[in-house]
Write a protein that binds this ligand. Structure first.
Ligand code: ADP
Ligand code: MG
Length: 244
């Protein structure tokens, strides 16, 4: 049975006089793999940042298991252990080793014992193929390796939902595949994810739901075969045409 994790209702966000998200509605159920596509500046990152409580919506509701967390007093670190985020620029702790990166959130936020946290970290580093690098510092790693560590770090918190903001956009082309492969594996294992991406073939393959944004609104959303194969809106066709 799939359960509703997040329900976004009438979410809007302004920066100064710039209305960057307008009346966004959508729902995330357990097991959903949602890809958000759209041109640069359409509001994709701002939306993910609202969902991760890095931005406060100007109006609207973010219902998390039925409770509105938008503007409410919530423990952000605790919430982010449930709704994690992987960034374009990795955001690893550069002064820590790979293993420490994957342990610190578990001990500080989840209050796990160090040994248990290490064991758990190793399990996820293994999953992303980074177990041989536990003692390396981020600066010794390639971009693709750093992103795989960032994914392991997020997974080690055992989130219900993982948000990815263009996880392969900062990578050299030869490293994109290794990160997408890890994400494909996570999708096949049933992890609930929202992925902002420009990798259209990947999005079509891996998602069960695609959201196309432009100018701060959801122009069209639906099943991947519908969005990519038979888009209803002119704007969607025009956007997808750029990738042909
Ligand atoms: P995308 O991720 O789709 O490229 P963003 O969410 O980053 O889009 O940006 C949407 C719009 O919001 C852009 O016009 C951007 O300049 C603006 N914006 C994003 N963050 C801020 C901010 N912190 N302050 C002011 N404007 C912002
Ligand atoms: Mg962005």
């Amino acid at each position: 049975m799939s359960e509703k994790i997040l329900e976004i209702r009438h979410l809007s966000k302004t920066f100064g006089t710039n209305l960057v998200l307008k009346d966004i509605d959508f729902t995330v159920n357990t097991g959903d793999v949602t890809c958000i596509i759209g041109a640069s500046g359409s509001g994709k990152s701002t939306l993910l940042r609202c969902l991760n409580l890095l931005e406060t919506p100007t109006t609207g509701e973010i219902m998390y298991h039925g409770n509105n967390i938008a503007g409410a007093k919530v423990n952000a670190a605790k919430y982010r252990s449930k709704v994690g985020m992987v960034f374009q620029s990795f955001n690893l702790f550069n002064n820590m080793t790979v293993l420490q990166n994957c342990v610190v959130g578990q001990t500080r936020v989840l209050k796990k014992e160090k040994e248990e946290a290490k064991k758990n970290a190793l399990y996820y580093l293994e999953k992303v193929g980074m177990a041989p690098y536990i003692n390396a510092k981020p600066k010794q790693l390639s971009g693709g390796q750093k992103q795989r560590v960032a994914i392991a770090r997020a997974l080690a918190m055992e989130p219900e939902l993982l948000l990815f903001d263009e996880p392969t956009s900062a990578l050299d082309p030869q490293m994109v595949g290794e990160v997408l492969e890890v994400m494909r594996k996570l999708a096949s294992e049933g992890l609930t994810m929202i992925i902002v991406t420009h990798e259209m073939a990947f999005a079509r393959d891996v998602s069960n739901h695609v959201v196309f944004m432009a100018g701060g609104v959801i122009v069209e959303e639906g099943a991947p075969d519908q969005i990519f194969g038979a888009p209803r809106e002119h704007q969607t066709r025009e956007f997808l045409g750029r990738f042909m």
